[in-house]
Design a protein around this ligand. Sequence first.
Ligand code: SAM
Length: 290
Amino acid sequence: MTDLGIPASTIEVLRRHQFTIQKKYGQNFLIDKNVLEKILRAAEITREDCVLEIGPGIGTLTQCLARKAGKVIAVEIDRNLIPILEETLADCPNITLVQGDILKVDVAELLHRESGGRSVKVAANLPYYITTPIVMGLLESRVPVESITIMVQKEVAERMQAGPGTKDYGALSLAVQYYARPEIVAAVPPNCFIPRPAVGSAVIRLTRHENPPVQAADERKMFALIRAAFNQRRKTLANSLGNAPGLSVSKEQAAQALEKMGLSQGVRGEVLTLKEFAELSDLLQGVKIL
Ligand code: SAM
């Protein structure tokens, strides 16, 4: 089996198959063994595990996952990578390779069919152009995912992990932290990939909570408030909510609820914790999402 994860073998495989790198699919292949090790260590994969990999590329991470896991399911959109993967993964009988778009594949059905419904660990060097829909899709869909260990753009990792009052804190931080505990495990420079991405990268592990850390009576409404709060993050929270086209709440109602919570009327959404957004959502009882 060709040992991938070093520049020479990656270049050799791509040349031999006359493969043209598709920018539109966010193709940046990993060529650094230390980084692969870091992903594997953070993902804590054992023989008991079934792993879902999104975007196996030429199979660099996939080979490593297959050596550690009981089973690997890999979903790759680019048809031209399938013959390469069939070659690089020929010695790995515990891999199921699926050609398709991860945003269109019925992941719950795929996992049920391939893993018998047991929970899975996700590990991937993600295509950056669809990081948020992939991650939120996995977290919100309630497919049985135990943890997600992924390479993402550094700024996105920082936003996922950010806390209240910091510049990176926003709707993504709150959405991710509602479902999981984020932990950045490594910073990864552009020279660890072929071709080099224009941005820095980071490996982040999201460990799914068994139960959300806060209880809002209406989860949808809480997230609508969060989105409205950060859509106009320079405005006061009362103003942002009062102006939000998708919510039936006036500035005065919002200000009253904030006062009940002991918060100033001039407070901005960016300092509220997840618990406070849940409390606000429950206080704004009559408010509807339009
Ligand atoms: N895992 C490989 C590695 O680490 O070298 C490749 C990572 S590359 C950053 C992202 C991979 O995701 C590419 O192979 C790309 O073709 C694939 N991809 C892009 N969009 C996809 C989608 N919607 N569904 C599945 N795979 C996708």
